[in-house]
Design a protein around this ligand. Sequence first.
Ligand SMILES: [Ca+2]
Length: 85
Amino acid sequence: MSRAAPHRGRFKGLPLKVDADNDGKITKEELRDALKAAGVEFPAMKAMLAMRHIDIDDSGAIDNEQEKKKLIKYVAQEKWNVHVD
Ligand SMILES: [Ca+2]
């Protein structure tokens, strides 16, 4: 197998591809699925907490530059061993 093993001990390890359908918005479901795919524990709960923190206009999605910046900052603070791509 040539697949590289994830660097679990390394901060900012895996790229987090959150906008799965490339519509420019990141929904809670997309964030949850991205966290799950990256091997983060309790992805649904973490996505919910992240959205509560980030989605300041309560639109149900991360859909503007300000919120995207907050997501990147939030992910870095939470040390989920991922970074937003
Ligand atoms: Ca999307």
